[in-house]
Write a protein that binds this ligand. Structure first.
Ligand code: NAD
Length: 689
């Protein structure tokens, strides 16, 4: 028998139903059962006039127990609990604090009133998990905010803070004093009166506004099926009786929750939750960071500075060059200006962020910072020089981080007298937008320096993933393998635009060749040349090497910035244009190698990409560069535009199963020829705690 998760207390004639299911009061089967029993007591006990529903600890029901969603749901299910509240002869007041999300907010919408402590967030994020609200959210929310606003809120999974929730009528009162006492008073006032949302009419809205809201939601939601399903359910409230609406909503919810997309999104949810958990660092205490010095005010340095300012840190931006510092400072200022002008940030908040920034050419000021993040040119000599200087100036115990994308962190750390304090903090561009952050473990990095990196990542609202120190860490190493595979395919017969189209159809935000043009082909070109020159990482002469990218660069086609790369970018054109000159260049590269081009279909292109990523992920795990299989999926989805609803290569691998995967890789090894290193798929399939 599971422990009781709900208890009924009394405050005179008011029942106080306390949900106590730590840590987040998730709405599990035991909670639902407890609620049913408590509501039955309230209904039948004549000494009780009304009830308050409240969460113990730090939150109301912050969501459902997602582990239940892949299985048959245990009775009683949430709609039955809400029905019992609606059918109860006495009013029930939901007292919210912390978060009331998903099923938690649906339960609150089933009550007769909602009061909330300041700072509470409410919302229906189901769509982000591949489903729609299944306990009346799509039917009751429009009865408060109207159809267009309900579409915007449900389809984006928006979390609404208590002040905005009060303004929109999502809660009836924001209470400053003690929540429980205020809710009991509210319930006492209501005694004798029910106020069920199901009895409210849906506010009228004109068809144009509804169509606009739907179109905007579909576009923002990448036209995923659950977004359309949510819109349909919400729009139906205008014409369909609530009883039928609830039944239809439930049926769609049940179908979607068992669908592949919902499984994939739950997989991502758990992968993201786990990526920040590192048992090996449990004993380590993050160091106390208040001021961050960022060295280098270029693209990355200014983005990192913005992320740190947004998170409330004091930031000192340092440069070697006055003009570069000036450019960085104006980039940051323009960013905040833009946010204020577009209404995304209040002027006072932006001003407070900017006030925490100081810019300087005076390096001894590094001593003010507890964390130093270096973001200078990607060149070992430059990085080592900068770290020597940092070492001479930084205070003892400061964490010294490099934002290098590829370089050897240990060689950077060796330039200092304190390699134990050196870690990698690899941000992605734009650094104030992208969620992913790799925290790189050097051979001497101490546990508390790494724990500080992870803690900073979370504070910056990033998804920090711990990686080993190896060329390209996890993300760029996966991406390099992916890109190499796509180059193989154009050498074999596919056109770049065909590969891009197949992968965009799969769900990548952008195809690899369009991405290459956007970021510039010269960076990878320089790196390949450096690699070829460096004795240590000399290319395996037998390994397959595609020369097309080199030849494009030699022809001055460095991507968008030169008006041409894999595509042409004539002035004024909004989209990349296919270029016959590229087709010629590719045809020549093929004939130089004696390759007869053949057709490659979208399915083959997609499958080869998945197998490449799976194989590389297995290698990264075997080498200890990736610590946890699911981290690979977190990295690709949050840093490289891999479609979240496909789960990631590890999700895909687990779905295929060991046997099929091994057969795939056998075939794959034959096709890939010399230079192919096969990974052991066992590493991907092991589910680690
Ligand atoms: P950038 O050229 O835009 O900026 C580098 C800045 O560093 C310049 O303003 C330069 O004046 C300054 N600088 C150079 N040497 C310096 C020194 N000795 N002392 C102080 N300042 C110095 O480069 P970026 O794109 O911002 O890249 C910076 C780092 O971030 C690189 O290591 C790069 O690999 C990494 N990175 C870049 C991206 C990206 O997409 N741009 C993504 C992830 C990581």
């Amino acid at each position: 028998m599971e422990q009781t998760r709900v208890r009924l207390e009394r405050d005179g004639d008011i029942a106080v139903i306390v949900i106590d299911n730590p840590p987040i009061n998730a709405g599990s089967a035991a909670v639902r059962e407890g609620l049913m029993a408590a509501i039955a007591t309230v209904d039948s006990d004549d000494s009780l006039q009304a009830a308050v529903l409240i969460g113990a600890g730090t939150t109301f029901i912050a969501g459902s127990d997602l582990r239940e969603f892949g299985q048959p749901l245990a009775e009683p299910q949430l709609p039955a609990v809400i029905k019992a509240i609606e059918d109860c002869g006495k009013p029930v007041v939901a007292a919210l604090h912390g978060a009331a999300l998903g099923g938690g907010f649906e339960l609150a919408l089933g009550c007769d009133a909602r009061v909330a402590a300041p700072g509470t967030v409410v919302g229906l994020p189901e769509v982000t998990l591949g489903i729609i609200p299944g306990a009346g959210g799509t039917q009751r929310l429009p009865r408060i905010v109207g159809i267009p606003r309900a579409i915007a809120m449900i389809c984006s999974g928006e979390r609404v803070g208590s002040a905005a929730a009060l303004a929109a009528g999502l809660i009836d009162a924001e209470v400053r004093g003690e929540l429980r006492t205020a809710a009991v008073t509210h319930a006492r006032h209501l005694a004798g009166r029910k106020n069920r949302l199901r009895d409210h009419a849906v506010p009228a809205a004109d068809a144009r506004t509804i169509a606009d809201a739907s179109a905007a939601a579909l576009k923002a939601g990448r036209r995923r099926p659950q977004v359309q399903a949510a819109i349909d359910a919400i729009v139906a409230t205008a014409t369909v009786d609530i009883e039928d609406g609830l039944a239809d909503e439930r049926a769609v919810f049940q179908r979607l929750r068992l669908g592949r997309e919902a499984y994939a999104l739950r997989h991502q949810f758990f992968a993201e939750r786990d990526s920040a958990r590192h048992p090996s660092l449990d004993a380590a205490r993050p160091r106390d960071i208040r001021r961050i010095a960022v060295i280098g005010a270029g693209t990355m340095g200014s983005g990192i500075a913005i992320a740190a300012l947004d998170a409330g840190y004091e930031v000192l931006l340092l440069e070697q060059e006055a003009a570069a510092l000036e450019r960085g400072a104006s980039r940051i200022h323009e960013h905040y200006d833009g946010r204020v002008n577009s209404g995304k940030v209040q002027a006072a908040v932006a001003a407070a962020c900017e006030a925490r920034l100081s810019t300087s050419l005076d390096w001894p000021r590094i001593a003010e910072a507890e964390l130093v993040i270096e973001a200078v040119f990607e060149e070992m000599g430059a990085k080592q020089q900068v770290f020597q200087r940092i070492d001479a100036l930084a205070r003892p115990g400061a964490v010294l981080a490099s934002n290098t994308s590829y370089l050897d962190l240990d060689a950077i750390a060796a330039a200092t007298s304190r390699p134990q304090d050196v870690i990698g903090l690899h941000f992605f561009s734009p650094a104030h937008v992208m969620k992913l952050m790799e925290v790189v473990r050097g051979k001497a990095s101490s546990a508390d320096a790494l724990a500080t990196g992870l803690a900073i990542g979370r504070r910056l609202k990033k998804l920090p993933v711990l990686t080993g120190n190896a060329f390209g860490f996890v993300g760029n190493r996966l991406y390099a393998a992916y890109r190499r595979q796509c180059e193989f395919m154009i050498e074999e017969g596919a056109a770049p635009q065909q590969v891009d189209a197949a992968l965009e159809a799969f769900g990548f935000a952008m195809g690899p060749f369009a991405v290459a043009d956007l970021s510039g082909l010269d960076i990878a070109w320089r790196m390949r040349k450096a690699q070829a020159e460096s004795h240590k990482s000399e290319r395996d002469p037998a390994a397959r090497y595609v020369q097309i990218a080199d030849r494009l660069c030699e022809a001055g086609r460095l991507g968008r910035k030169t008006g041409a790369g894999y595509y042409r970018y004539p002035e004024g054109a909004s989209r990349p244009q296919v270029d016959p000159a590229v087709a010629e260049l590719i045809a020549k590269a093929r004939s130089d190698k004696g390759i007869t081009p053949r057709e490659l279909g979208s399915e083959e292109i997609q499958r080869r990409v998945m197998l490449t990523l799976v194989n590389e992920a297995a290698l990264l795990l075997a080498e200890g560069v990736a610590e946890r299989a699911t981290d690979v999926d977190v990295v690709l989805v949050n840093g490289y535009g891999f479609p979240r609803w496909e789960g990631g290569p590890v999700f895909w691998a687990r779905e295929r199963g060991a046997e099929a995967l091994r057969a795939d890789l056998d075939e794959w090894a034959l096709l890939s020829g010399p230079g192919f290193v096969r990974g052991d798929v066992r590493h991907l399939l092991e589910v680690k705690a």
